[in-house]
Design a protein around this ligand. Structure first.
Ligand code: ADP
Length: 265
C-alpha cells in the first residue's frame, strides 16, 4: 500500500542519515575514550592518588561507553544487513533462546514457551529473527516493572480471504505465527498507531531509542511476513509475527486448520 511504501522510504532515508552520523560519531567517541584512557595512565605513572579526578574520568568513560552502545544500535539499524535466509524450525529457535530470554527478563517475570507440534518451516534470517524476539522481550520487560508473565507461542496459520477482509494487515496465505504476549501496562491507541515508526518512543531519554519495533517491522517485511500489535492499557500487549511458510520444505503437514488465525494443530 501507499502507507507501507511511505514508511519504507522513510526508514531508508533515516537509515542512511543515522548510519552516516552514527559512524562519524563513533569515530569521535574513540578519540574521547582514547584520551580518557591516556589521562588515567598519566595519573598512574605520575603516582597521583587523586580520587576525584579518577572518579570524574571513570564517569566520563561510562558516558562515552553508553554513547558507543547507542551508536552501535543505530549502525545495526541503518546497515540493513543483507538477510541470510535459511530454513528455520521456529520452535527450536525459540526454545534455544529460552535461557537468554529468561536472563533478560529478570527474576520477577515468568517466561512460558508454548510450542506447536508439526510447525511448518519458514525461510528467514535466524539471527535477525532472534534479535527481533529479543527486542520484543526487552519491550515486554520494560512494560512489567513489577513483574508478570511473558508467553511466546507458535502456531501454524492458514489465512484465508474471509480473514483478510476483516484484518487487512495480513495477506492471505500460510504462515507460522509467533505470538509474544506480556501482562504489562499496555499501550494507548495513540501509541499503538505509532509503534513501528523509527524513533517513536515513550521511554525516557537514554532508555529507549524507538528503534526496536521498527527493526522488527523491517525484518518481518523483508522476510515477506506481517507484524501486528494488539494492546490494552492496564492489561498487556501481544505482538504477532507472521512469517510465510516455506513451501518446498519437508516440514510436517498433518494438521488441517482452516479459516482464521491461530489454530493449533
Ligand atoms: P523503545 O523500546 O526504544 O521505546 P520500540 O520501537 O521498541 O522502541 O517501542 C516503541 C514504543 O512502543 C515504546 O516506547 C513503548 O511505548 C511501546 N511499546 C513497545 N512494546 C511495548 C510493550 N510490550 N508494552 C507496552 N508498550 C510497548
Amino acid at each position: 500500500t501507499q502507507e507501507a511504501l511511505r514508511q519504507s522510504q522513510k526508514m531508508e532515508a533515516i537509515g542512511q542519515l543515522t548510519g552516516g552520523i552514527a559512524h562519524d560519531f563513533n569515530n569521535l567517541l574513540t578519540v574521547v575514550t582514547g584520551n580518557i584512557d591516556m589521562a588515567v595512565r598519566a595519573l598512574d605513572t605520575a603516582g597521583v592518588a587523586e580520587a576525584r579526578s579518577r572518579r570524574a574520568l571513570e564517569n566520563a568513560m561510562k558516558g562515552a561507553e553508553r554513547a558507543a552502545s547507542l551508536t552501535h544500535r543505530l549502525l545495526a539499524f541503518s546497515r540493513r544487513q543483507p538477510l541470510a535466509p535459511k530454513a528455520i524450525d521456529v520452535d527450536r529457535l525459540v526454545l534455544g533462546m529460552s535461557d537468554m530470554l529468561s536472563r533478560s527478563l529478570g527474576e520477577t517475570i515468568r517466561l512460558e514457551i508454548v510450542t506447536s507440534p508439526g510447525l511448518w518451516r519458514v525461510e528467514a534470517d535466524p539471527n535477525q529473527l532472534e534479535s527481533a524476539l529479543l527486542n520484543l522481550a526487552v519491550n515486554a520487560r520494560d512494560a512489567m516493572p513489577d513483574g508478570g508473565e511473558l508467553v511466546v507461542e507458535t502456531a501454524n496459520a492458514r489465512i484465508d480471504e474471509a480473514y483478510t477482509a476483516v484484518h487487512a494487515e495480513v495477506a492471505a496465505g500460510q504462515y507460522v505465527v509467533i505470538a509474544v504476549t506480556d501482562s504489562g501496562h499496555g499501550m494507548s491507541r495513540e501509541t499503538v498507531a505509532h509503534v513501528f515508526e523509527p524513533f517513536f518512543t515513550t521511554k525516557e531519554v537514554g532508555r529507549g531509542t524507538g528503534l526496536g519495533l521498527s527493526m522488527v517491522y523491517g525484518f518481518v517485511k523483508q522476510s515477506g511476513g506481517h507484524v501486528k500489535v494488539y494492546s490494552e492499557e492496564g492489561k498487556g500487549t501481544t505482538v504477532k509475527i507472521y512469517l510465510p511458510r516455506m513451501m518446498n520444505s519437508q516440514g510436517a503437514d498433518d494438521e488441517a486448520s482452516n479459516g482464521a488465525s491461530l489454530e493449533k494443530s
